[in-house]
Design a protein around this ligand. Structure first.
Ligand code: ADP
Length: 363
């Protein structure tokens, strides 16, 4: 059978463990040797006990656990060729030439580069007597498949990323909790949620909760939005509401591209409406806690699909990302999706919001 290895890289997300479990078990079920690479690319570069053969029970009891049991890391070494050379040597020595990368666009870009360089890395290892001619022959191709783990749901090419639904649950729980205390004291809460360039979490949380106002990067408010906001909240209060919730995505910006800070919004409301207003920044709570049922199922389906994609890969097949399209798991070309994702970030930075939304919507 083949050998494959799985690693988690970049920011963690709930559901990564469920994906890991599915990959290990599907791999074993299909007769593969499955290795776990600890601490992301750093473990691949350092080798040794960072690379371990998994068995069926290595991934018992983790399906619901947040984070990633094999660790994740940012790795500078892998960004340079000498680091990738070491990583290639370690993989060859373990007999691994199939990789599943669970990470964000950075991690997937690294994986793609590694695949492109693979034959020249092996050539260099051969010339420097670090591997044998037989090894080079046997492992002459590297197959990679990506799974997108990100609470932000910010990746073009999949309707949902692994972790976004769980993060949404954390946010909803927090909003529900804040609502009860806000009610008691007739307060307004400005709640800041994660998402970087992507307003998905703020928007979906707003739809699923008692929020009165939502601010997302994709739809920067027009000049004078402060008046509209205050008017809206005042109307709510006059009609008998005892509280207000304003949800702000961490990446929220105005039409000039300047960040809209939670404290600024709080001060506006406090000063103009004389409402007791507080800021709650949810922060890393959103990345933690158990994975939702949706994320567990999504990650399980994607993990199983990733193993099938690896085993069906041919030397000249393009690397893919496993994605969700509607309710169907499928594959999309890895680099095309990464490039689209980066184009969205660029469009946002260029304040071309229309283009950003179009790019996202078309994938
Ligand atoms: P994410 O995968 O969540 O986007 P990062 O952008 O931090 O997170 O990437 C995670 C790791 O992937 C980096 O620390 C680095 O080791 C590797 N990586 C990212 N971009 C590249 C690249 N262009 N070339 C090689 N490795 C990369």
């Amino acid at each position: 059978g083949s050998s494959l290895a799985v690693f988690t890289s970049g920011g963690d997300a709930q559901g990564m463990n469920a994906a890991l479990r599915a990959i290990v078990r599907m791999g074993i079920y299909l007769g593969c040797k499955v290795y776990l690479i600890y601490e992301g690319y750093q473990g691949m570069v350092d080798g040794g006990k960072n690379i371990q053969l998994a068995n069926w029970y290595s991934v018992s009891g983790i399906i619901g656990a947040g984070g990633t049991i094999i660790g994740s890391a940012r790795c500078m070494d892998f960004k340079e060729r000498p680091g990738r050379l070491k990583a290639a040597k370690n993989l060859v020595k373990f007999g691994i030439n199939n990789l599943v990368c669970i990470g964000g666009d950075g991690s997937l870009t690294g994986a793609n580069l590694f695949k492109e360089e693979w034959s020249s890395l092996l050539q260099e290892l051969l010339e420097t007597d670090q591997i044998t001619a037989e090894e080079r022959e046997k492992y002459s191709f590297l197959n990679i498949v990506g799974l997108v783990g990100s609470i932000d749901n910010d990746f073009c090419g999949t309707d949902m990323t692994i972790g976004a639904d769980s993060a949404l649950h954390r946010i909803i729980e927090a909003v529900d909790a804040i609502v009860t205390t806000a009610f008691s004291h007739q307060r307004c809460f400005v709640m800041e949620v994660m998402g970087r360039h992507c307003g998905y979490l703020a928007l979906a949380a707003g739809l699923a909760s008692d929020a009165d106002w939502i601010m997302i990067p994709e739809n920067p408010p027009e000049k004078g939005w402060e008046d509209k906001l205050c008017k809206r909240l005042a109307v709510q209060r006059e009609s008998g509401h005892r509280l207000n919730i304003v949800l702000i995505a961490e990446g929220a910006i105005d039409r000039d591209g300047n960040p809209i800070k939670s404290d600024y919004v709080k001060d506006i409301i406090k000063n103009r409406l004389k409402i007791d207003t507080r800021v709650t920044v949810l922060g890393h709570v959103q990345r933690g806690g158990s994975a939702s049922a949706f994320d567990r199922v999504l990650a399980t389906r994607m993990g199983a699909e990733a193993v099938l994609a690896l085993l069906n890969a041919t030397p000249d097949s393009e690397p893919v990302v496993v994605s969700l399209n509607g309710n169907v798991t499928c594959h999309v070309p890895l680099m095309e999706s990464v490039e689209k994702t980066k184009a969205v970030a660029k469009a946002m930075a260029d304040k071309d919001f229309q283009r950003a939304v179009e790019l996202r919507g078309s994938s």
